[in-house]
Design a binder for this molecule. Structure first.
Ligand SMILES: [Zn+2]
Length: 420
């Protein structure tokens, strides 16, 4: 991943090369035709060498797989040690990791083992003359392309449906949703006729598409105005998302902790009803969520309450900083390891939706408390996690112009991509 992040620099982007979509179509067809899957890919003979590939299955251990290949107990221990010390690999992941075994001939002992933990990394283990195993990590070269997709919200649409129709892959769409959720209220800001666009990375290796990379830029024409976000790498090497003026787009708190949840009851302040004369307030927002839906922390902070009361049922309260606290009520249960005093990160699951306390059905009741007062989560101004200093800001503005120019080029030619 490190490499892809480095690629998106102003320097590289200004050297734009536009490739033809025909190539991509051909590549896609090739990938489909050659992508064979299965636990054991087989015993292909490569030249004189014999190679077999094993996809790690659930319950497989390194020693099990190695002993199946005829390696001795001592060799297995030596390989496990060098893998751990030189490549940082101590456990295998089912359905993710692959191991290649190479032999000089069909019936000769294994001479080379290649552990493949990701499409972008290979760890080669070779046995020397003296019988010791050596380890060499190879980073696979990737070729990253920026792809542009644009769509429109139709009548009765959700952003998710419109995004799928626009050809945005599900994983990218989820990232876009997470980013937009800092700025938008998907319940109330979405209307038919609104346009959106996404520029994102596709990673290729040897002409084959391997996976999608990062979201580079987002634009959404919402009711409250255009929302724009750009991924940018600061001089200190950290990346983040910023609006067109360089203000941090990722906020310290999320307005909607649960993605895609419908709002069933909005916030209303504690004002006296003019006719009835009594105060009727709803100090939070209710999101429809089936029992058991994981509830992520809206922001990083420390758990200050994990308790039960008659109104809230099971609830968790998090203090985020000197200003903000959030509260999550009616949980069916708490997440393991979440106690008073626990430090949580943004997005960490703290409990599961339910209907405990005064509740008419399973939902999440979510409150944001600012300086001790309840505020409307949908409209409160939230602080950004990271803002740009003046040097970074200048660079960002230049970079943003380059990205905008690239988008303009792709807009009218939806089948093109940018080689990065
Ligand atoms: Zn409520």
């Amino acid at each position: 991943m490190k490499k892809a992040k480095d690629i998106m620099t102003t320097k590289n982007l200004t050297r734009l090369v536009i490739g033809m979509a025909v190539l991509m179509t051909l590549v896609a067809a090739y990938v489909v035709a050659t992508n064979r899957r299965g636990p054991i890919i087989g015993g292909d003979v490569v030249g004189k060498e014999c190679t077999s590939v094993v996809v790690v299955a659930s319950g497989d251990t390194l020693s099990k797989l190695l002993s199946q290949q005829g390696l001795s107990h001592n060799e297995i221990t030596a390989i496990a040690n060098v893998l751990k010390s030189d490549a940082g690999i101590s456990t295998l992941r089912a359905d993710k990791d692959k191991i290649e075994f190479r032999r000089a001939q069909d019936d000769s002992p294994v001479s080379k083992i290649v552990v493949i933990p990701s499409p972008w990394r290979q760890v080669e283990l070779t046995c020397g003359e003296d019988g010791t195993w050596q380890c060499n990590t190879i980073d696979i070269e990737r070729d990253t392309r920026a792809v542009y997709r644009a769509g429109e919200i139709l009548d009765g649409d959700s952003f998710y449906l419109a995004g799928m129709r626009a050809g945005i892959p599900a994983g990218i769409l989820a990232d876009v949703y997470d980013l937009l959720a800092f700025e938008m209220d998907f319940e109330r800001d979405i209307r038919a006729g609104q346009n959106f666009s996404v520029l994102y990375e596709e990673n290729y290796s040897n002409g084959q598409k391997i996976d999608n990379g990062n979201v580079i830029a987002i634009s959404f024409k919402s009711l409250r105005g255009d929302v724009k976000m750009y991924r940018f790498r600061k001089a200190d090497g950290t990346t983040g998302y910023y609006d067109e003026n360089g203000n941090g787009a990722i906020k310290s708190l999320k307005r909607t902790p649960i993605n895609n949840a419908k709002i069933t009851s909005s916030f209303s302040g504690g004002r006296k009803h003019p006719v009835l004369g009594y105060t009727r307030a709803h100090k939070g927002v209710d999101f429809r969520a089936p029992t058991g839906t994981p509830i992520p922390a809206a922001g990083a902070g420390r758990v200050v309450a994990r308790s039960y009361n008659r109104g809230h049922g099971n609830y968790v309260k998090i203090r985020h900083n000197g200003t903000f606290e959030t509260l999550y009520a009616h949980m069916s249960r708490f997440a393991k390891g979440v106690n008073v005093g626990t430090t949580v990160r943004q997005g960490q699951i703290i409990g599961y939706a339910g209907s405990t306390g005064l509740s008419t059905g399973p939902h999440l009741h979510y409150e944001i408390i600012k300086n001790g007062k309840h505020v409307n989560p949908m409209t409160v101004k939230l602080p950004a996690i990271s803002n740009l200093g003046s040097g970074d800001k200048k660079k960002f503005i230049e970079y943003r112009k380059v990205v905008d120019t690239a988008i303009e080029q792709l807009k009218d030619r939806p089948n093109l991509f940018i080689q990065m």
